[in-house]
Design a protein around this ligand. Structure first.
Ligand code: ADP
Length: 482
């Protein structure tokens, strides 16, 4: 399909090198004003040349008609050969033709000797007899004619004849066209020079962008150590800065991915090592009593549970990965949701005689992903029970304002030291590894909770004092922001 100029999209996908565009631009910007100027100068030169020639011929005609009047050329000296030769000379001098017409429109003298005795009733001649001086310009036919009256010698000065001078402008025009030829030659030279200069300039101007592209290519090849700084233009500087930022981010992602993989392998290996030790020691023993078998097998089974819990948590976390996940948003009764969670956790709490208190300040219905939010609140409540003291308490509070709802999980537990409070949300981070292992923790619970909160455009805050207890507060918008 042909290129449609009026369509914006077409211009957006030109796929032309910027160098070509710039070179063309330089050429046009240089040539167009030069062409227009040349044309204008040519016109005005032509006009002044022709005007000058007309004035010259007019003066000459005035002088000649005056001379004819004084010599009484239309009366006593009619047809005088001497004057006739004079007229021939004058006509030759300005390269024109002189015709004298008498009162009866008969041509009495023609320096071209072509029409003597013939009648001339042309418009300028008639008008001249009526007392109007005039010129007739025929620029197209490359000539002009000037008329001047010839008078008799009486004091009344009657018009008795007309001096008609015809001159050609051909010479002038051919002069001008030779000037035009020179100008064209000059234009061609200018075109070549402009094209060369434009191309060189275009190459130089685009160079910084090419350097940027090279850096980008190297980055794409995985060379993240590359320092990108191209400060020639403000544009290239801002692009470099943006690239530098992207690069730093990529490096962080790369690094955290490596750390994550290392952590995952380590975490998955721990239960496997335990299983291997247990199995090896069983195999190394001869005549093992059945109880010992059972005990070891129970331990192995626990380690397998642990392994599968880690895998489950990891899967939840991967599913939760912000960009990859799709939220299943619906109107959810948060009160009912929390009650359900707490009911499920009551047996675990009862085991350690922990008091589970639920306080609902307001009924809340919000647009959330029920499954994911349930997981997030469960993790908080479970931790509050796990990291608690015997006979302690856990208080879950639900509140809301016009924009957000708040779930607060407070406990009377062991608390988290201040310097560790930022780290607890990291994957696999545990304050006390031994205790967490005892309680079957994977170190992923709070990372999952934080991800869920962020997916809902909410925030989570922790205040805690070692030995006194912790308070986790999550704030989530009532309506999901798309
Ligand atoms: P875990 O599976 O080990 O419980 P989490 O990500 O849920 O992993 O928690 C990370 C760490 O934060 C825990 O190992 C624990 O040390 C600490 N922690 C979490 N919740 C509490 C709490 N309510 N009281 C004290 N420490 C807590």
């Amino acid at each position: 399909m042909a290129f449609q100029f009026w369509k914006k999209e077409n211009w957006r996908h030109l796929d032309i090198s910027m160098k070509v565009l710039l070179a063309l631009l330089f050429l046009l910007v240089g040539l167009i004003p030069m062409g227009v100027l040349g044309l204008m100068m040519n016109r005005s030169f032509q006009r002044t040349q022709i005007d000058g020639r007309i004035i010259e011929v007019q003066n000459q005609s005035l002088i000649t008609s005056d001379r004819l009047t004084r010599a009484d050329y239309m009366g006593a000296a009619k047809g005088d050969a001497l004057i006739g030769r004079e007229l021939d000379t004058v006509a030759d001098i300005f390269n024109g033709r002189i015709v004298v017409v008498d009162r009866n429109f008969y041509i009495v003298k023609d320096t071209f000797n072509l029409s003597e005795g013939k009648i001339n009733v042309s418009e300028p001649v008639i008008r001249c007899f009526q007392g109007e001086h005039g010129i007739l310009r025929e620029d197209e036919k490359q000539y002009f004619a000037v008329t001047d009256p010839i008078y008799d010698t009486t004091p009344e000065r009657n018009i008795v004849g007309v001096l008609l001078t015809i001159a050609s402008t051909e010479n002038i025009l051919s002069n001008i066209s030779s000037v035009g030829e020179n100008a064209r030659f000059f234009m061609i030279i200018a075109f070549v020079v402009l094209a060369l200069v434009g191309t060189v300039l275009a190459f130089l101007l685009v160079k910084p962008f090419e350097r940027l592209q090279l850096s980008l290519d190297r980055m794409a090849d995985g060379n993240l150590g590359e320092n990108i700084s191209e400060n020639t233009y403000r544009e290239t500087r801002t692009i470099s800065e943006a690239l530098q930022k992207t690069k730093t981010k990529l490096q962080t992602v790369d690094q955290s991915r490596e750390e994550f993989v290392a952590n995952v392998s380590h975490e998955l290996k721990t239960p496997l090592t335990s299983i291997r030790v247990l199995a090896d020691s069983l195999m190394g023993m001869e005549e093992v009593p059945a109880e010992l078998y059972r005990e070891f097998m129970t331990d192995i089974s626990e380690e397998i549970d642990r392994e599968s819990k880690i895998v489950d948590d990891l899967l939840s976390l991967v599913k939760m990965d912000k960009s990859a996940s799709e939220l299943n948003i619906a109107q959810v009764d948060i009160n009912a949701l929390i009650q359900q969670i707490l009911k499920r956790l009551t047996p675990i709490a009862q085991k350690r005689n922990i008091d589970l208190i639920y306080e609902s300040i307001r009924d809340v219905t919000a647009e959330v992903d029920e499954m994911k939010l349930s997981l997030a609140i469960s993790n908080l409540a479970e931790n509050a029970i796990k990291y608690n003291v015997e006979n302690g308490w856990v208080r879950v509070t639900l509140d809301a304002d016009h924009k957000y709802f708040y779930v607060r999980v407070a406990d009377s537990g062991i608390g988290i030291p201040e310097d560790k409070q930022d780290s607890v949300f990291e994957r696999f981070y545990r304050v006390d590894k031994a205790r967490s292992r005892e309680t079957g923790g994977t170190g992923l619970g709070l990372a999952i909770t934080k991800n869920v909160v962020l997916m809902h455009y909410g925030s989570i805050r922790l205040t805690s004092k070692e030995g006194e207890g912790s308070v986790f507060t999550m704030r989530i918008p009532l309506t999901y922001i798309i």
